[in-house]
Design a protein around this ligand. Structure first.
Ligand SMILES: C[S@@+](CC[C@H](N)C(=O)[O-])C[C@H]1O[C@@H](n2cnc3c(N)ncnc32)[C@H](O)[C@@H]1O
Length: 323
């Protein structure tokens, strides 16, 4: 049995991935993982994080054991999301909801969430539904991704009534044509495309491989000169014209049209230098409240920015009426 020690990954306190992975447990529950696990130079069981197949299989084993998602298949080339970081966003949003619900996290189907850019893996809906029982609508402009996400939902029958996917045919739209006139969402979330061009996205991926190789060398492991890109990511998943900031600006301005239909709007902001512009844009549309939530995911620092058009009184009314 692998010893479990606190790894100080800096994840949310309720994030069950705060500790080192128990590879023995994961392998026992997900036998496909066995062929990727070996002892590292410290004698601990681990996988080669620069091998895309190993990373995908590790993620599948986590989803299967901790989140009861038994089938999670998507074509090669799609972004393979690391589970610990994705579930962090979910936990922080749960805390935000609890702030207007007498400190209690609202759970179950009464909470409805919109995931903008859900991707082929449908990762946020799968995690949010598993951990808190929330209902989700996932949206994407990539029809292949939407179809794959629908297949994942169908192949895990216990979630099929709780997660729906919608295709957004206009890439300029974020909320328009997605939120019906009578619909309400308790929050929206988004991991936006962050690069502004395909070249930038490819450069970013090359840098990630370089960092992995440097880490490997530090750990006394041999870095392969041609380590394969383990993060995946079809080009449209990783970039859009204007990059993260233009995407978020569009989201902010379109949120105004749905001001009373969603309690919180939120997005990840990976570039800290984008915050000033984001706050300026939020001020222009006269939001009532803005929250910035820092997240530490290993060596990566990122943040959620959330905003609402509801006054304090309206927030209380919302929670009383809906939760
Ligand atoms: C960085 S990926 C995030 C995928 C997944 N949510 C994750 O975290 O792994 C961004 C996603 O946004 C989608 N996207 C881009 N523009 C969009 C839009 N206007 N509306 C909805 N989705 C969009 C892309 O197709 C892609 O799947």
């Amino acid at each position: 049995m692998t010893e479990i020690t606190i790894d100080k990954k800096g994840l949310h306190p309720r994030n069950i991935h705060n500790k080192r992975y128990d590879f023995s447990l994961l392998m026992n529950n997900f036998s496909e993982l066995k062929k990727f696990v070996s002892k590292n130079k410290f004698g601990d069981l681990s996988v080669d994080y620069s091998n895309p197949e190993a990373v995908l299989t590790l993620n599948k084993s986590l989803l299967s054991y901790f989140y009861k998602i038994k089938e999670w298949n998507f074509p090669q080339g799609h972004l393979c999301p690391p589970i610990p970081g994705r579930v962090d966003y979910i936990h922080y949003m749960a805390d935000l909801l609890s702030e207007s619900n007498s400190g209690k996290i609202p759970t179950g189907k009464k909470v409805k969430v919109l995931d903008i850019g859900t991707g082929a893996t449908c990762i946020y809906p799968l995690l949010g539904n598993s951990v808190y029982g929330w209902r989700f609508v996932g949206v994407d402009i990539d029809s292949d991704s939407v179809n794959t996400a629908k297949k994942i939902i169908k192949s895990n029958p216990h979630i099929k009534n709780n997660i729906k996917c919608r295709y957004q045919k206009d890439s300029q739209n974020i909320f328009d044509d997605v939120i019906g006139s009578e619909e309400r969402f308790d929050f929206t979330l988004c991991n936006p495309p962050f690069h502004s061009s395909l070249e930038e996205a490819l450069e970013g991926s090359a840098q990630k491989i370089k960092n992995l190789n440097t880490n490997k060398q530090k750990k006394g492991l041999k870095a392969k000169s041609k380590d394969v890109l383990n993060f995946g990511g079809k080009k449209a998943e990783l970039w859009c014209p204007g990059g993260e900031i233009e995407f978020i600006k569009r989201m902010i301005h379109q949120s105004k049209n749905k001001d009373k239909q969603c309690f919180w709007f939120s997005t990840l902001v990976s570039k800290k230098e984008n915050l000033a512009t984001i706050y300026d844009e939020l001020k222009k549309i006269e939001v009532k409240d803005v929250k910035t939530i820092d997240m530490n995911q290993g060596q990566k620092k990122t943040r959620i920015v959330a905003w609402t058009f509801l006054s304090k009184d309206e927030q209380i009314l919302w929670s009383e009426k809906n939760w």
